[in-house]
Write a protein that binds this ligand. Structure first.
Ligand code: SAH
Length: 499
C-alpha cells in the first residue's frame, strides 16, 4: 500500500527562527514538501531536508500574492502523493491565519492533518518589549484585534465602542497602515488619550523597534506609510507599566548592524553569536570551500608523530575523506594531535579526538612556538592539514626546529562573485556599524567587489587577528579594531567592548 500523506499545519513563531516549538521543528526536518508564508522565518528552511520541495506562498496586499485556493490545492495534491507536507505559518496557525479554510479543504479531501501551535506575534512582541499582557494590576482581559478592516467596507465588524470600554489590553495585528484611523476610532468612542501604547515592529528580530507613546500622540507621530509592517500594537495600562522591563534593547549589540564576510557556514555561526547579543548580522558570502582529495596522505597516517589541524574546516574535510576511505579516528594511531584554537579543538572532539596541544594564542606563529616548546621536534614527522591557500610560515618554523614536515591541502576556498549592490547601498546610507573580517583571503575577495573607501568612510572595521589586519592595511582599509583573542567569539567580544 502506498504511504499515506499527511499535512502538518505548523506555527513558525513570531520571527526569530529559534522561537519555533521542538515539535514544529521536527515536522520541518521530516517534511517532503514545505509550503511557507511570508512571515515564517526563512532561517527555518535550513532545517529542511536537502531534497524537500519548498514552496513560497506569500499572501496579502501588494505582494506577489498566491490565491488561498491554490495553496489548498497544493497541500492536497502533495499529500495525496503520499508526502509529508508542512504548511508553515508565521506565529500561531489559529490567529489571523486563514487556517480554518485550509482545514475545511483538507477535511473535504479526506487528508489527515495535525496542528502544531506556535508563539503568536502578540506573545513574542510582549515578551521582547517586557510587557505583561494581563499584568493583574492593570488588566484582567486581553483582546486580539485585526486592524486590517479599519478602513475598508467591513469597518462595521469591529465594535470600536466596545473596545474603547474594554478596561483591559487591546492587541492590534495588521494595523501598521491604519493606526491613525484606529487611534481616532478609539478616542472618539471614549478611550482616554493618556492610555499608554507600545508599537513593536519586527518583534523578536534583530531589526526590532519599540515605540512607546500615548494614544493621543499617534495622530501626530507618523507620516503616511511611515510605519512599516509587521507591527504589533499594544494599547492599555500594561503597555506603560515599566519600560525598564524592555530587556531586549539592553543586549550589548542591540541596534547594531554588523556585516559578516565569511563562507556560508562561517557566516551562519557568526550571525548566531551576533544575534544572541542582540545585534543584526548582514551576511555577505565571500568564499565557498571545497574538500580536496588526500587519499595518499591517509594511507600513511600512522607514520606521523604529530598531526596538526589549523582550522575547523580542515578537521571536517579530513574526517569526511577518512570516512569515505572506510576508516575512522583509529587511523591516527599513536600520532599526537595539535589544534590551532578552541573551535578546531571542539571539531576534533566531535570525532573522538582530544587534541594534545592548543596554543595560548590562536595564530599559526603561536602554534609553531607551542609545538617547538612542547617537544624536541628533531627528526619528528609532522603532518600539517591545511587549506590550499595557507602560507608557508608554519611549515618553515617547524622545519627550522628540525622537524620533517609535510603539508597537505585538505580543502580549498573559492571566491564567490555575488551581487554586492544591496551591501553597497547599505554601506552608502550608513546602515552598517561594523564590517568584520575573519581571514585575509576573505578580506581580499570582499575588496575585489567593494571599494575600500566606501567602508573607510561609512563604517568601522573589525579584524580577527594580525594576519587579517595586515592584509586589510595592504588593501588600504583602516582597521579600527583587532580582536585580542583570535576567535569568532573573541571578535564579537571586542566589538561589544568597543561599542
Ligand atoms: N498567525 C500570525 C499572525 C498573522 S497576521 C501570528 O499568530 O502571529 C500578520 C500580522 O501579525 C502582522 O500584520 C503583524 O501585526 C503580526 N506580526 C507577525 N509577525 C510579527 C513580528 N515579527 N513583529 C510584529 N508583528 C508581527
Amino acid at each position: 500500500m502506498a504511504r499515506q500523506g499527511i499535512v502538518y499545519i505548523v506555527g513558525a513563531g513570531p520571527g526569530r527562527p529559534d522561537l519555533i516549538t521542538i515539535r514544529g521543528l521536527d515536522a520541518i526536518k521530516q517534511a517532503d514538501c514545505i509550503i511557507t508564508d511570508r512571515l515564517a522565518s526563512h532561517g527555518l528552511l535550513r532545517h529542511a531536508r536537502p531534497d524537500a520541495e519548498v514552496i513560497y506562498a506569500p499572501k496579502g496586499i501588494g505582494h506577489a500574492s498566491i490565491a488561498q485556493s491554490r495553496i489548498n490545492e497544493l497541500m492536497i495534491q502533495r499529500a495525496m502523493e503520499g508526502k509529508v507536507v508542512v504548511r508553515l505559518k508565521g506565529g500561531d496557525p489559529s490567529v489571523f491565519a486563514r487556517t480554518a479554510e485550509e482545514l475545511a479543504a483538507l477535511l473535504t479531501a479526506g487528508i489527515p492533518f495535525q496542528i502544531i501551535p506556535g508563539v503568536t506575534a502578540a506573545a513574542g512582541a510582549a515578551a521582547y518589549a517586557g510587557i505583561m499582557l494581563t499584568d493583574r494590576r492593570f488588566a484582567s482581559q486581553v483582546v486580539f484585534v485585526t486592524g486590517h478592516q479599519a478602513e475598508d467596507k467591513h469597518e462595521g465588524q469591529i465594535d470600536w465602542s466596545k473596545l474603547a470600554n474594554l478596561d483591559g489590553t487591546i492587541v492590534l495585528y495588521m494595523a501598521a497602515r491604519n493606526l491613525k484611523q484606529i487611534a481616532g476610532h478609539l478616542l472618539a468612542k471614549g478611550l482616554a488619550g493618556s492610555t499608554p501604547v507600545a508599537i513593536i515592529v519586527n518583534a523578536t528580530l534583530p531589526t526590532q523597534k519599540v515605540i512607546r507613546c500615548r494614544l493621543d500622540q499617534i495622530r501626530g507621530m507618523f507620516s503616511e506609510n511611515e510605519l512599516e509592517p509587521p507591527a504589533i500594537i499594544i494599547i492599555g495600562q500594561v503597555a506603560g507599566a515599566d519600560p525598564r522591563l524592555e530587556w531586549s534593547c539592553r543586549l550589548p549589540l542591540s541596534g547594531r548592524a554588523i556585516l559578516i564576510t565569511r563562507d556560508q557556514q562561517g557566516n551562519s555561526e557568526l550571525a548566531s553569536i551576533i544575534e544572541d547579543n542582540g545585534g543584526r548580522a548582514i551576511a555577505f558570502e565571500t568564499v565557498r570551500t571545497r574538500p580536496l582529495p588526500i587519499i595518499a596522505t591517509i594511507a600513511k597516517l600512522s607514520s606521523y608523530d604529530w598531526i596538526v589541524f589549523t582550522s575547523r574546516r580542515g578537521v571536517g574535510s579530513f574526517f569526511e575523506q577518512l570516512h569515505v576511505s572506510d576508516m575512522d579516528a583509529r587511523a591516527l594511531g599513536r600520532a599526537h594531535v595539535a589544534a590551532i584554537g578552541p573551535a578546531t579543538y571542539q571539531a576534533l572532539m566531535q570525532f573522538g579526538i582530544k587534541a594534545d596541544l592548543v596554543p595560548q594564542q590562536y595564530t599559526t606563529i603561536a602554534l609553531a612556538r607551542a609545538l617547538i616548546e612542547s617537544a624536541d621536534l628533531r627528526g619528528r614527522r609532522i603532518l600539517l592539514i591545511r587549506s590550499e591557500l595557507a602560507d608557508e610560515r608554519l611549515e618553515s618554523a617547524l622545519k627550522a626546529a628540525g622537524g620533517s614536515v609535510e603539508q597537505v591541502a585538505a580543502y580549498t576556498s573559492e571566491p564567490v562573485n555575488g551581487d554586492p549592490t544591496a551591501i553597497v547601498n547599505m554601506l552608502r546610507s550608513g546602515q552598517v556599524d561594523w564590517v568584520t573580517f575573519a581571514s585575509s583571503y576573505q578580506a581580499r575577495v570582499f575588496f575585489q567587489q567593494i571599494e575600500p573607501q566606501l567602508v573607510n568612510s561609512n563604517s568601522r572595521v573589525a579584524s580577527i587577528g594580525p594576519q587579517t589586519s595586515a592584509e586589510l592595511a595592504r588593501l588600504g582599509v583602516r582597521v579600527d579594531l583587532e580582536a585580542g583573542t583570535h576567535t569568532i567569539e573573541g571578535l564579537v567580544q571586542a566589538i561589544i567592548q568597543a561599542n
